[in-house]
Write a protein that binds this ligand. Sequence first.
Ligand SMILES: Cc1cc2nc3c(=O)[nH]c(=O)nc-3n(C[C@H](O)[C@H](O)[C@H](O)COP(=O)(O)OP(=O)(O)OC[C@H]3O[C@@H](n4cnc5c(N)ncnc54)[C@H](O)[C@@H]3O)c2cc1C
Length: 347
Amino acid sequence: MHDSSFGFSAPASLTHANTFRLNSRCWGLATPTTESALWQALNSVPARHRGVVILGGGSNVLLPEYLDALVIQPKIGGIRCIAEQGTDRLIEVGAGVVWDELVRVSLAQGWFGLENLSLIPGSVGACPVQNIGAYGVEVAERIVRIRAVNRQANSSHQAWREFRPEECSFGYRESRFKPADNPWVISSVTFRLSTIPRLVLDYGDVREAAGPVPTPQSVSQAIRRIRSSKLPDPANIPNVGSFFKNPIVSAEFAANVKAQHPGLPTYPQRNGTVKLAAGWLIEQCGWKGKAIGPVAMYARQALVMVNTGQAGLVDVIQLTQAIQLSVKQRFGVMLEREPVMVSGPMV
Ligand SMILES: Cc1cc2nc3c(=O)[nH]c(=O)nc-3n(C[C@H](O)[C@H](O)[C@H](O)COP(=O)(O)OP(=O)(O)OC[C@H]3O[C@@H](n4cnc5c(N)ncnc54)[C@H](O)[C@@H]3O)c2cc1C
C-alpha cells in the first residue's frame, strides 16, 4: 500500500531506520515533508486507529521487533535566516534536516554557535528532545523557539503552538519532549547564532586540538577528529552513542565515593551537584570490551553499547541490567539509560 500525500507506505521495515540496527518492522510509515502533511498523517485513519510513534534519524531509540503503529518520520526541510539582530542571526530549521548538515551549513554561512555539536547524528526535530550536548555546549543554549503540533488535538486550529526555551524544562539530556507521553511533535526549531565567534574550548582536548589560533571551523574539525577516534561509526558498528547518562549526585555523595575510589573523575555543576563519568564507573566494573551474546560495551569507550551481531531488544535489556547491577553494587549509583525505549504507540 502506498499513498504519496504524506509519503505513506505499509508495512515498513525500520531495521535501517535505527542506528543500533535492531530488526524492527512497523504497521506503516509516513514521511511528511510539510506541516500540513504532518497534520494529515497525525489525523489519518491508521494514526487514529493504531496510534503513532515519532521517529527522527533513529540514533537514540531502541525499537521492538514489531510496532503495531503508524510511525511518522517528519521530513520537513529548510534552513532559513529569518532575522538579523545586530550580529545575531535567527535561523529557522525544519525538523527533517539532518543535524550535522545544519552544523556544516551554519559554519559555511558564518553563523556561529553550533561548532561544538559537530557530528552528532540525528535530525533537527529531535535535538531539543534530549537537549543534545557535547564538548561544553547544550543545544538549549542556542534555541529561541520550537514549533510543534499536539498529536492529541482535535482541530488544526488548536494544535499548533510555539515554545520558548524556558517552557521546555531543558536539563541534562532532558526536556518536556522526552517522556513517552509527550504529545508534541516538533516541526521546526529556531536558533540564535552569531556572526561573532564565541568559542567554547575548555572541555576535553578541544583547546589543544583546535590549533594555536582557534576558529569555529578549526573547533568543528577538531571535534570531528576527536569524536571519530573515540566513537564507533554507526554505519560500521551499530550503536546509539552514550548508552547511559552521566549520573548527577550530591557533592557529599561524590566526596564519599571519591574517598574510596580516588581515580573517579568528578565534574562539579553550577547548582552544587556533581556529575560522575558513567564510562569510568562501567570500565572499573570490568565491562569495557565485554559482551553478553550479540551486544557489548565498546572496547575503546565503555559508555557505548554496540550491536555485534543480530541483537534483539532482549539482549540489550540483559546487558543494561547486568551493568546497572554491578555499578550499583560497587559504587552505590544507579545508572540511567539514555536512549528512548520505544515500547508502543501513543493513541
Ligand atoms: C555515534 C553517536 C554519537 C552520539 N553522540 C551524542 C552526543 O554527543 N550528544 C548527544 O546529546 N547525543 C548523542 N547521540 C544521541 C543522538 O544522536 C541524539 O539524541 C539525537 O538528537 C537523536 O536524533 P534522532 O533524529 O536520531 O532521534 P530518534 O532517535 O529518531 O528519536 C529520539 C527521540 O526523539 C523523538 N523525536 C524524534 N523526532 C521528533 C520530533 N520531530 N518531534 C518530537 N519528538 C521527536 C523520538 O520519538 C524519540 O523519543 C549520539 C548517537 C550516536 C549514534
